[in-house]
Design a protein around this ligand. Structure first.
Ligand code: ATR
Length: 271
C-alpha cells in the first residue's frame, strides 16, 4: 500500500521536496507518494488535520509554518525543541511528533560530503534568526573547539548563546576584529537579497571552508568575499538541502538514502 507524505508551505510551488523524496523513494524501493500542499495563512493546523484524516503518514514543513508545526506536535526531538520549530512531522497512533532535520543536514554535509570534521575546530556562525537557531544543537554535539555567533543585532546572538548554555558553550564574536576560524558559515538571509553581512576585519584569516546556507544562487556576495580573501573551499547550501531531506526520510522510513548523485544533479556552479 502506498504511504502518503507531503510538504506544507505558503507558497509551496517552489519546493524541491517532492522531487528529492521521489528520488529517495525510487532509490530505496519505498512505496510512497509525496505531494505539495499550500495551506492558507492561519490554516496550517486544519490542513494537517485533513491530511492525517486522509491517511497521511508524515510531512515536511516550510515557511511560514515551521513554528506552527512545532506547536501542534505532542512530542518533539531535542533538535526541534531547541530550534523551537519543526520541518518534519510524523503521525502515529493519533499522535504528532516533531523533528527538525536542518542542523543534522548541515553538519552531515560539512563533515561527510565536504570532508571537514567539526570536532576540535573553531567555527563562526553569522546570524541569529530562525535558520541559525535551527542548526546549533548538532554543531555543539560535534564538539568543536569553539562555536561563535555574530549577528547584526547583537542581543539576538546573546540570547541564542544563553539558550544553548545547557548543551555547550556558544561564544560571541567581536564585530570589529576576529579571526582564526576554520569554518565561517553565513546563516543570515543576506544572500536572498544579494547583500553580504558586515564582516569583521580578518574574519577569513586561516579559514579552510566558507559555507552559505542559501542554495542555487551561484557565488553569493558572502562566498565571493571568502574567495577574494583566499579561502580555499567555498560551498552553498545545496548539500544541506538534500541532507536535511535525507534525515527526514530516515526518521519516517528507517532508511538513510544515498545523496551524492542528487547533490551533484542539483548543484549550481559557484560563479
Ligand atoms: P531566517 O529564518 O532566514 O533565519 P530570520 O529569522 O528573519 O530569517 O533571520 C534573518 C537573519 O539574517 C537575522 O539574523 C538577521 O539579522 P538581524 O537579527 O540583525 O535582523 C540576518 N540578516 C538579514 N539580512 C542581513 C544583512 N543584509 N546583513 C546582516 N544580517 C542580515
Amino acid at each position: 500500500m502506498t504511504d502518503h507524505y507531503a510538504v506544507f508551505g505558503n507558497p509551496v510551488a517552489q519546493s524541491k521536496s517532492p522531487m528529492i523524496h521521489g528520488r529517495f523513494a525510487a532509490l530505496s524501493g519505498q512505496d510512497m507518494a509525496y505531494d505539495k500542499i499550500e495551506a492558507p495563512l492561519g490554516g496550517f493546523a486544519d490542513a494537517v488535520q485533513r491530511f492525517r484524516d486522509a491517511g497521511g503518514k508524515g510531512c515536511n514543513v516550510t515557511a511560514p509554518f515551521k513554528i506552527d508545526a512545532f506547536a501542534i506536535a505532542g512530542t518533539a526531538t531535542d533538535d526541534a525543541r531547541l530550534a523551537g520549530s519543526a520541518n518534519t512531522l510524523r503521525f502515529s497512533d493519533g499522535a504528532i511528533e516533531a523533528h527538525n532535520s536542518d542542523g543534522i543536514g548541515l553538519t552531515r554535509d560539512i563533515q561527510d560530503n565536504l570532508h571537514t570534521p567539526l570536532a576540535g575546530k573553531r567555527i563562526l556562525m553569522l546570524g541569529a534568526g530562525g535558520a541559525v537557531r535551527g542548526v546549533l544543537l548538532p554543531f555543539l554535539q560535534a564538539q568543536p573547539d569553539e562555536l561563535s555567533l555574530l549577528n547584526r543585532t547583537p542581543d539576538k546572538a546573546a540570547a541564542l548563546a544563553e539558550m544553548m548554555a545547557d548543551y555547550g558553550m556558544v561564544t560571541l564574536c567581536d564585530p570589529v576584529e576576529c579571526g582564526g576560524f576554520d569554518i565561517v558559515i553565513n546563516g543570515t538571509s543576506s544572500s536572498l537579497t544579494g547583500s553580504c553581512p558586515a564582516l569583521p576585519r580578518g574574519v577569513f584569516d586561516g579559514c579552510a571552508l566558507a559555507y552559505d546556507l542559501t542554495y542555487g544562487k551561484g557565488l553569493t556576495p558572502f562566498l565571493a568575499a571568502a574567495r577574494d580573501a583566499g579561502v580555499p573551499h567555498v560551498a552553498d547550501g545545496v548539500g544541506m538541502l538534500v541532507e536535511q531531506a535525507a534525515e527526514s526520510f530516515r526518521w519516517w522510513r528507517g532508511i538513510t538514502p544515498a545523496t551524492g548523485d542528487l547533490i551533484a544533479d542539483m548543484t549550481v556552479p559557484l560563479v
